[in-house]
Design a protein around this ligand. Structure first.
Ligand code: GUN
Length: 287
């Protein structure tokens, strides 16, 4: 079997197009422009790339983008004061603090200081609780993008066996909650799971979010399964830097029914969902 490739790049372009249409309508009918503030502390190169891409795409869909780049030795008090100001700013509907933060800053404290209604990452403890109890929440962007692609590819997910490999707060846990919300039978597997390959082979939906390059090979995949690769790993191969996922694409694609590539799969959907969440935050705030 050769798997269908789920084209996240094309999917994300459609989502951005829909967001841009709705932003234009909000502006024309209500004079409202959604605003997203992104806060970056320090100079982590990967974070700088992500923040740059977020700002560019925010502007492209017609929203206001505000970037706050703070020095690496920013105090917690100064960061909390900035977030308080953004919480109070009526022109800002979404606030994102890029993670990871430098180690002297308490990430939980910082994230939980964001107004939950502006928490477009869905990381605030209130949004985590709302999602976990099946209530209307801001949903983390990466798992939301994965769910959108799964729904588009498979239709109803009810009753399917889903295995999420990885238990992070950003991807694994919210992904599992979303799949449970779709009435999947959900297993969260991780580095301590016994016979991980056998557990994964039970999956109709396999989501890989472990952060280990090409760990999930074709041996882990049930024939015909849908494989979603959340990994973004930079590796050296043949003297070049390459971007690879957590899935060994060639061997998995030979067994799977459908698969997301890296790059061009989940990655573009994450920012598209951030824009969709910012639009949602703006619409909810303004009734
Ligand atoms: N760092 C890596 N992924 C993310 C994300 O989705 N949101 C934030 N804020 N930081 C990240």
């Amino acid at each position: 079997m050769t798997a269908t490739v789920i084209d996240g790049k094309a999917f994300a372009a459609r989502v951005r197009g829909q967001v841009a249409e709705q932003v234009a309508r909000l502006k024309a009918e209500h004079g409202l422009v959604p605003g997203l503030a992104v806060v970056l502390v320090g100079e982590d190169p990967a974070s700088q790339v992500y923040v740059g891409a977020k700002g560019k795409q925010t502007v492209e869909v017609g929203m206001i983008s505000v970037e706050h780049k703070l020095p690496v030795d920013t105090s917690e008090a100064d960061l909390l004061a900035l977030i308080a100001a953004l919480n109070a700013d009526a022109k800002i509907h979404g606030i994102l603090v890029q993670l990871p933060l430098p180690s002297h800053l308490n990430s939980d404290l910082v994230i939980n200081s964001i107004d939950p209604a502006k928490d477009v990452d869905g990381f605030h403890i209130s949004n985590v609780g709302l999602l976990g109890t099946g209530q209307k929440a801001m949903v983390p962007c990466t798992p939301l993008g994965c769910l959108m692609m799964l729904r588009a590819h498979l239709g109803k997910l009810s009753g399917l066996n889903a295995v999420v490999v990885g238990r992070s707060n950003i991807v694994g846990k919210p992904m599992a909650q979303l799949l449970l919300g779709e009435s999947c039978t959900v297993t969260i597997a991780h580095s301590r799971t016994r016979d991980l390959a056998a557990v994964c082979r039970g999956a109709d939906i396999l989501v890989a979010a472990v952060g280990r390059p090409e760990m999930i090979t074709g041996d882990y995949v049930k024939p015909g399964a849908t494989v979603i690769d959340v990994g973004i790993n930079r590796i050296q191969r043949d003297g070049k830097t390459r971007l690879v996922g957590d899935v060994d694409y060639a061997s998995a694609a030979a067994v799977a029914g459908a698969i997301t590539p890296v790059p061009g799969g989940v990655g573009p959907m994450t920012i598209a969902c951030l824009l969709a969440n910012t639009l949602t935050a703006c619409c909810r705030e303004n009734g």
